[in-house]
Design a protein around this ligand. Structure first.
Ligand SMILES: Nc1ncnc2c1ncn2[C@@H]1O[C@H](COP(=O)(O)OP(=O)(O)OP(=O)(O)O)[C@@H](O)[C@H]1O
Ligand SMILES: [Mg+2]
Length: 247
């Protein structure tokens, strides 16, 4: 394991089990992400992107392979240490946001800070809320917010603790072009100014063009890696991929 890497995934294998049936989802994923790198993961629906993110964050346990986050083999930690590690080191933006319905947006954003008993930083919260455009919604509960507003609360929550590694599952999926650009600029700044590492799943070539490299996940393995991607180049790769996989 390379100690310098923010993320080192080797030969990762994951299958879902339903009864006796075993469905392989990840079949030998290798992925190396350096500290301060912004990586986008793309691939067809059902190709295992969310499963990969869940494994990286230690939420799902792979049957094969190894994952090291900042040199720590996350699946070798016991449940308690893994939870603590995740809390301290990882910010996760879930595909379905995962906000707590009974708490308003501000309390949702503050929750990871409380859980890890950190001193609250209202200035940082305010700065993030400005960047994601949710300052006027902080007193509202999730049910009183649109999908895109909830998504921006989830992003703000993930960044609040200044995690070393930010994992984001389609973080701009519910956003319009303008708010999407604001969020992606913020993520880019997190990498450039704070040295954070980001692994982001997206279906949008424009969103992916904010990253340093795009990983194409196909049939449970990494098919290709595009460095310094332009949106047009990414779109071309995706079109080729779709043509090749058409039934
Ligand atoms: N809990 C589960 N039990 C059984 N199979 C599952 C479960 N969750 C996901 N799968 C299957 O695993 C495969 C990968 O799912 P995953 O959610 O990782 O895909 P994805 O690439 O994130 O797709 P999308 O782009 O639609 O979000 C899919 O075929 C899905 O049906
Ligand atoms: Mg998914």
């Amino acid at each position: 394991m390379n100690q310098q890497l923010a993320l080192d995934v080797q030969d990762l294998g994951y299958s879902y089990r339903t009864g006796r049936l075993e469905t392989p989802v990840l079949t030998g994923v290798d992925l190396m992400v350096e500290q301060g790198e912004f990586v986008a993961i793309m691939g067809p629906s059902g190709s295992g992107k969310s499963t990969l993110l869940n494994c990286i964050a230690g939420l799902d346990t792979p049957q094969n392979g190894r994952i090291a986050v900042s040199g720590v083999a996350i699946h070798e930690l016991d449940e308690t240490d893994r939870t603590l590690f995740r809390r301290e080191q990882i910010g996760f933006v879930y595909q379905d946001y995962g906000l707590i319905e009974s708490l308003d947006a501000r309390a949702n954003i503050e929750l990871p800070m409380r859980m890890s008993r950190r001193v609250m930083d209202p200035h940082w919260l305010n700065q993030l809320a400005h960047a994601t455009g949710i300052v006027h919604y902080l007193a509202r509960r999730p049910a009183q917010l649109s999908g895109g507003q909830q998504q921006r609360v989830a992003i703000t929550r993930a960044l609040m603790t200044r995690p070393k590694l930010v994992i984001a599952d389609e973080p701009t999926g519910a956003l319009d072009t303008r708010t999407s650009a604001a969020v992606l600029t913020l993520l880019r700044e997190c990498v450039d100014d704070l040295g954070q590492t980001i692994v982001m799943v997206t279906h949008d070539p424009v969103a992916a063009s904010y990253s340093d490299s795009v990983i194409l996940l196909v049939d449970g393995h990494v098919e290709d890696r595009i460095k310094a991607p332009r949106a047009e180049t990414i779109a071309e790769h995706l079109a080729k991929l779709e043509a090749a996989t058409d039934p």
